[in-house]
Design a protein around this ligand. Sequence first.
Ligand SMILES: Cc1ncc(C[n+]2csc(CCOP(=O)(O)OP(=O)(O)O)c2C)c(N)n1
Ligand SMILES: [Mg+2]
Length: 325
Amino acid sequence: MTPEELLDAYEEMALIRRTEKAAHDLFMSGFVKGTTHLAAGHEAIAVGASAALRPDDYVFATYRGHHHAMARGATPEECLAELMSKATGLCQAKGGSMHLTKASTGMLGSYAIVGAHLPMAAGAAWSAKLRGSGQVAVAFFGDGATNIGAFHEALNLAAVWQLPALFVCENNLYMEYTPIADVTAVPNPAADRAGGYNIPGEVIDGNDVTVVHEAVSRAAERARKGDGPTLIEAQTYRHFGHSRSDPAKYRPAEEVERWLKHDPLDVARARLEAAGVPPETISERDRRAAQVVEAAVTAAKNAPEPDRELAFTDVWADGSATWRT
Ligand SMILES: Cc1ncc(C[n+]2csc(CCOP(=O)(O)OP(=O)(O)O)c2C)c(N)n1
Ligand SMILES: [Mg+2]
């Protein structure tokens, strides 16, 4: 990444971080309906990967997917309004936090069933291959998904059909409240399984946006050349609990401290300063992100509730409810 690209990536990560903090605060003050699974701490994976992709590539995320929606073009206002069930929400209040989707930019959804979207990403990659479009499909998933059947089925199919698919595991060490290491036979839950499907697998620092960018660029190039899928295990850590008001007391204090010292924003800032970017220029991007999110919170709070008639639109391919009769 050039210093300018890295500066843009920094600002995007700052925007996501502040949106997640706002989502947390709005949830705590009763403005958010349903639940939230915040991705604060995971920003470098979404931003680094997105910067390495083409605008027409496909992305699939989990219920912890706000960062991917934003990295693929959703605004903080659209996301926060969706969490608050407002008419201006990304999915007009029909998705909520766990189902952020922006099909117009190839962000083909956030999925609450662990592992469910990996075969879908393989399907999207198959479609790209059949059409010869040169697109790739990326599935982002948690470490917990690596012990789900759909993970193994998708990897096998993608390998056998040499699909232009990227499987990116966000290994944050926990599946809800259980350490992944307690229930997995190999040390690297994703990358160590790649050999079983004869595809390349690598473990990377998921908190360094430049490292993620490089790994995803390589994997996407490979996929576009027709050389098939790649499995990337990006190590990271969530700053909040698993969901809602989980205080995450089950995580050892030293572990939390160690990871907080390796914050993706600090890593990017250090890289920018090492490249000669003045600290004031970086702080200016921070301020800009803060202003955008502040305005987004106000706009989302003031946005209207959706009309009742909207409830049955966009829930089926023709946009109507006639399929029900
Ligand atoms: C098939 C399935 N089983 C169980 C659940 C309940 N569940 C929701 S999140 C979660 C943990 C997943 O952990 P991981 O894949 O590591 O993702 P993370 O939340 O850490 O991002 C579980 C078990 C589910 N949603 N789907
Ligand atoms: Mg996890």
